[in-house]
Design a protein around this ligand. Structure first.
Ligand code: KG4
Ligand code: ZN
Length: 346
């Protein structure tokens, strides 16, 4: 192999993501270029249960993982022997679901005699941005997904410092619960987003600012306030203006997320604000953040929609941080549903 092929910018990672209800495999070059990224969603299977059923998720991953690996390789135009490393989501996530990806990744690493890189799912969501933009440090990431709501400071490449997190529900979880109360299909986020955009008025709902100076979040009080409006309207036999309720809920969420993100970005001298995770698809949030960032002269980075939701390309992007520093996992790697992001720092 010649020098250019060997350089870090040319190295290919085969990445596997099975932490929740998406089976995904990608081939990523140099941590920045997507060669292929196949995502097989189980949403239609879990929809009828109104949420992800862990046992079903694991079984579906087992059924599809081999085919998805084959498909990702085929679409990449490469062969297994071209890969420099195998990356896999180690956590956080559903333990049984993570295990399926980990077993597949270990087998490949062993058979091909290449390094294995256990990767943090949230580092993946953050580094999805690197697949489309150049990152400048220090930067601040607002991670909003079905399981996470976090403000993460990156003082330098691959260093993660948690400066705020939700104390109860994640934003996506709150969206899904509110949607469920309004009898909308799972996952509810996009439905609430659409309803909110159609509303002519908004039902005013509380904002959880928490203690002065705190970058933490709380959404369970807001969720209860929404449920209270639904129940009171029903008890009074009145018609519920669902769109106005969705808009009131969304405005409260967006107000708190944008205000705290902008305040933290200023306090820590962030050069960029990165928005990531499934809820980054929310049109109201994207528009509000864009307006606030423009006002503050702060560049806002948001990956395209298909890189915001769970996918393996983002895992390949984060794993490259370790590959280029020669930091590998051993074959004893275990699924870790509570894996710490700060400790995963390079
Ligand atoms: O990151 P993700 O794909 O999976 C996790 O790692 O959790 O995020 C899924 C979450 C779901 O809760 C879904 O309702 C929410 O993202 N979501 C949205 C929108 N699209 C997806 N929430 C609000 N507005 C949207 N447009
Ligand atoms: Zn995720």
């Amino acid at each position: 192999m010649n020098h250019t092929c060997n350089s870090n910018q040319e190295k290919l990672i085969l990445a596997i993501e099975t932490s929740c209800d998406e089976t995904s495999v990608a081939v990523v070059r140099g941590g920045k270029h997507i060669v292929s990224n196949v995502v097989s969603s189980q949403i239609d299977i879990h929809e009828r249960f109104g949420g992800v059923v862990p046992e079903i998720a694991s079984r579906k991953h087992v059924e599809s993982i081999t085919l998805i690996i084959e498909q990702a390789l085929k679409e990449s135009g490469h062969e297994l022997r071209d890969m420099s490393a195998v990356a896999v989501t180690q956590g956080p996530g559903l333990v049984g679901a993570l295990l399926v990806g980990i077993v597949a990744a270990k087998s490949l690493a062993l058979a091909l005699d290449i390094p294995l890189i256990g990767t943090h799912h949230i580092a993946g969501h953050i580094y999805a941005n690197e697949l489309v933009h150049e990152l400048r440090y220090p930067c601040l990431a607002l991670v909003v997904s079905g399981g996470h709501t976090e403000l993460v400071l990156l003082e330098s490449e691959g260093s993660f410092r948690l400066i705020g997190r939700t104390r109860d529900d994640a934003v996506g979880e709150a969206y899904d619960k509110v949607a469920r109360a309004l009898k909308l299909p799972y996952p509810g986020g996009p439905h609430i987003d659409r309803l909110a955009s159609e509303a002519e008025t908004a039902i005013e709902l509380p904002r959880a600012w928490l203690e002065e100076g705190s970058y933490d979040f709380s959404f369970s009080g807001l969720k209860s306030a929404v449920l209270a409006v639904i129940n009171q309207t029903r008890m009074k036999g009145l018609d519920l203006d669902e769109a106005a309720l969705a808009r009131g809920f969304q405005e409260s969420v967006i107000d708190v997320l944008t205000t705290k993100s902008l305040r933290a970005a200023k306090a820590y001298g962030a050069k960029q604000l990165l928005l990531c995770g499934g809820v980054a698809a929310n049109r109201g949030l994207r528009a509000a953040l864009a307006a606030r960032c423009e006002e503050a002269g702060l560049p806002l980075l948001i990956p395209p929609g298909k890189l915001c939701t769970d996918n393996a390309a983002m895992i390949g992007a984060a794993a490259h941080l370790k590959l280029k520093r020669g930091i590998y996992s051993d074959l004893e790697l275990k699924a870790d549903p509570g894996l710490s992001l700060e400790q995963w720092s390079v």
